[in-house]
Ligand binder design. Structure first.
Ligand SMILES: [Zn+2]
Length: 296
């Protein structure tokens, strides 16, 4: 999927910046929707060997190595477990002070910047305040509120809003059934994630269960309490799958609302997801949701 199609407005904006060679030294990309693809494209624009009208070709050796995350002067930093540790950032800053291997420019892309530990964020802040020339930093997040305000105020924040319609259409063109394309466009932010889920047995089975569960709940069926432990928990059996489950739930709750006009359900789901983020177990969150919806 081409960034020109999924983020046309941002593409035009950055195209001008790239053509004028006026990239800022630190960006904060808010929203997961193709923001990594964008950061990679901007990195390619700095190193491409066969630029076409100042834009990266995507085909030369450098462009391909960057896309494969295998280019020494473009580094991708990702959380280890649930956090980006201070030594990861220190290592990165020491690299920042060295000159590049392939040229004098360097690019650092930090995924899930909201997971920077406070120490790591403060270490990074020093770089942002006193940047080395020719060094570019892209911070990616989909939880802007959790990024240190001092980092927010010193970076250029760019919103990456999801274009549901274009994404869903593209999924359909990639052999995803129309009935599933809308759901996948809602619950994922990239083609690769969507394809992965589409081919996962647990996801497909989970979707069937969730769909039935939401209908039962909306109809006041008390079986939905037992079904949490009996059906949903065995399928969504780890934290990552449970996050996906909440997105699938939100999708079907919204559809249910269109027919039932009962806004209590989605308020209860919102509450359940909030509790889940505060480490209440998936099972407890959903059982509470049933109790709140059926017995209160
Ligand atoms: Zn190129």
């Amino acid at each position: 999927m081409d960034i020109r199609d999924v983020q046309p407005v941002l593409y035009q904006r950055f195209k001008k910046i790239v053509q004028k060679n006026s990239l800022f030294h630190a960006y904060l990309f808010n929203g997961d929707y193709f923001s990594l693809d964008f950061a990679i494209w901007l990195a390619q624009s700095l190193f491409c060997q066969q630029k076409e009208q100042h834009l990266p070709c995507g085909k030369c050796r450098n462009c391909q190595l960057i896309a494969a995350n295998d280019f020494s002067d473009v580094r991708l930093i990702q959380p280890v477990g649930n956090t980006i540790k201070v030594n990861q950032v220190r290592e990165l800053i020491s690299e920042m002070s060295q000159t590049g291997v392939e040229g004098n420019q360097r690019v650092f892309i930090i995924k899930s910047a909201d997971l920077l530990s406070p120490g790591a964020a403060n270490a990074l802040l020093k770089f942002i305040e006193e940047p080395n020339p020719n060094t570019y930093l892209f911070l990616l997040t989909n939880q802007l509120g959790r990024v240190l305000p001092t980092i927010q105020s010193r970076t250029q924040i760019i919103p990456f809003r999801k274009n549901f319609f274009a994404f869903s259409e593209d999924l359909k063109q990639h052999d995803i059934l129309p009935t599933k394309a809308d759901l996948l466009a809602n619950v994922t932010n990239s083609m690769s994630d969507a394809q992965l889920l589409n081919e996962s047995q647990w996801f497909n089975q989970g979707v069937q269960f969730v769909q039935k569960w939401v209908t039962d709940l909306a109809n006041g069926n008390k079986e939905s309490f037992v079904a949490v432990g009996a059906k949903l928990v065995p399928i969504f059996d780890d934290k990552e799958k449970q996050k996906v489950a909440f997105n699938v739930l939100a999708y079907y709750f919204e559809r249910q609302m269109l027919t039932s006009k009962d806004s209590r359900l989605s308020a209860n789901l919102f509450e359940a997801e909030k509790n889940f983020q505060f480490n209440v177990s998936f099972q407890n969150c959903l059982e509470m949701l049933v109790i709140d919806s059926l017995w209160r």
